[in-house]
Design a protein around this ligand. Structure first.
Ligand SMILES: Cc1cc2nc3c(=O)[nH]c(=O)nc-3n(C[C@H](O)[C@H](O)[C@H](O)COP(=O)(O)O)c2cc1C
Length: 440
């Protein structure tokens, strides 16, 4: 098993990058991360108080009706109390059968009041501590191939058979596909959920299209027949039509998407890949889609890559795999640089559409200069953190006010949070928050 020691200093990081022929941006000027960023949606101006984003992180701690519980409130108070200006609330199912875990958030008529209270508590926590107004986005999801609404029982919903993923996830060749009529009805479920999200006070709603879940699978559904498969127009139909419907029917909430621009799954089953070699990205269609989303009115985008169930090192380069997972021979720094450089390519295709990426937790305390470099050099307008939001929610504050991250608080990229997820437990940091989260 390959072991890649953590890097201790920026000098070590720079020499490792040189050795591996990789590129990451650096800056000592952390003030760029403190700069507000404004954008307009319809006639409304929204202002992010700084460039930090808490990326969506599933906590799997909802109550019986999919509503946030005390543990969920605690998570979001910690996020808001850490100083990030944009809080992107975790994957929230639009239907009970769309959940990837029996305790995944689910927005419905019984849970809506608790979601409203959660949004308000998160907002007021940030206001009280920093005097700033956060921007909040709720991520809406259908877990598709990874649906598991009942504890321990997988109930996949698939858009196409995949020559790669079916075998990896034991899906038989005669397993039925979701029909076009079901997809039509599913669009309405997203619109209904967006109406509830607006009622709860969320500023934005994310039609999640990433990480191998249903809408991401549709983007790469080359082999599907009918109006949702085959051509670029058909594969992007669900996302486009749903965003347009929400834009037109729910004018008070802005529309966005967390978009996988490169699945790293072999063609014809993956989006954004080189057709000859899926280990290389081809962002032609991804850029085309981003341009279309912009025309539709999306005012900011969350860019991501990979499928955490199939090629987890693409989305979250790690020091240690999940229990029983694969320790890849690839240096985690290659994964970090790949994610950051792909986001750069997409951001630079639309320089004035604010975008955010992720994937840097493996850098540990060496995150700050890279975060500042990313924003300063226009590789992305915003800097997003996933695992560090669990491990070290105060890291935005510490970077802005102490000029560093504390080595004793940083994420160790140990995959403990994902181990909890795979064990169908509530997720958080098993190292830095171990009084609340322990592996079974
Ligand atoms: C436990 C766990 C839960 C996650 N939940 C979500 C989620 O709800 N929605 C989403 O888009 N990504 C989710 N992700 C992916 C992260 O947002 C992020 O893309 C990934 O961890 C890489 O960024 P990082 O290096 O900053 O952690 C999750 C990741 C982990 C480890």
């Amino acid at each position: 098993m390959a072991i890649f020691p953590f890097l201790k200093s920026y000098e070590e990081l720079q020499s490792e990058l040189l050795c591996l022929g990789l590129d990451l941006p650096f800056s000592d000027d952390y003030s760029v991360l403190a700069e507000p960023l404004s954008f307009c949606y319809r006639n409304k101006k929204l202002t992010l108080p700084n460039r930090f984003v808490v990326q969506p992180m599933e906590g799997f701690d909802s109550g019986l009706n999919g509503e946030p519980t005390e543990l969920g409130f605690r998570r979001y108070e910690r996020f808001a109390g850490g100083g990030a200006g944009l809080i992107w609330f975790e994957a929230t199912a639009v239907l009970p059968e769309a959940r990837s875990n029996s305790q995944q958030f689910w927005l419905n008529e019984k849970s809506v009041d608790r979601f409203a209270a959660l949004e308000e508590k998160t907002r007021s926590t940030a206001k009280k501590r920093f005097g700033h107004e956060i921007v909040s986005v709720l991520q809406l999801t259908h877990s598709g191939r990874y649906s598991k609404p009942v504890h321990g029982v997988r109930s996949p919903v698939i858009a196409q058979h995949s020559g790669v993923l079916d075998a990896a996830h034991q899906i038989p060749a005669d397993y039925p596909l979701i029909t076009d009529e079901e997809l039509d009805r599913l669009q309405d479920a997203y619109v209904t959920a967006a109406k509830w999200a607006a009622k709860c006070g969320f500023d934005g709603v994310d039609i999640k299209s990433c990480h191998g879940y249903l809408l991401n699978e549709l983007l790469g559904a080359y082999t599907r027949d009918g109006k949702y498969g085959g051509s670029f127009e058909n594969r992007t139909r669900f996302l486009r039509e749903t965003l347009i419907q929400i834009r037109d029917e729910v004018p008070t909430i802005f529309i966005t998407s967390r978009l996988s621009v490169y699945d790293a799954v072999k063609y014809p089953w993956g989006f954004g890949v080189d057709r000859e070699n899926y280990k290389k990205w081809d962002l032609t269609e991804s850029k085309q889609l981003v341009a279309i989303l912009r025309e539709i009115g999306v005012p900011l985008l969350d860019i991501t890559i990979g499928n955490p169930y199939f090629n987890p090192h693409f989305n979250r380069p790690y020091a240690k795999p999940i229990r029983g997972g694969i320790a890849y021979e690839e240096h985690p720094l290659i994964g970090v640089a790949r994610f950051v450089n792909i986001v750069r390519e997409i951001q630079q295709s639309q320089p004035d559409l604010p975008m955010v990426g992720a994937g840097t937790a493996w850098l540990r305390h060496l995150v700050p200069k890279v975060a500042a470099g990313i924003v300063k050099n226009g590789w992305a307008s915003l800097f997003g953190q996933g695992r560090n939001s669990f491990a070290y929610p105060d890291s935005p504050y510490d970077i802005l006010h102490q000029g560093e991250m504390n080595l004793k608080q940083v994420c160790l990229a140990c995959s403990g949070c994902t181990d909890l997820m795979r064990a169908e437990s509530s997720t958080g940091c098993v190292v830095r928050d171990r009084d609340y989260y322990r592996l079974p």
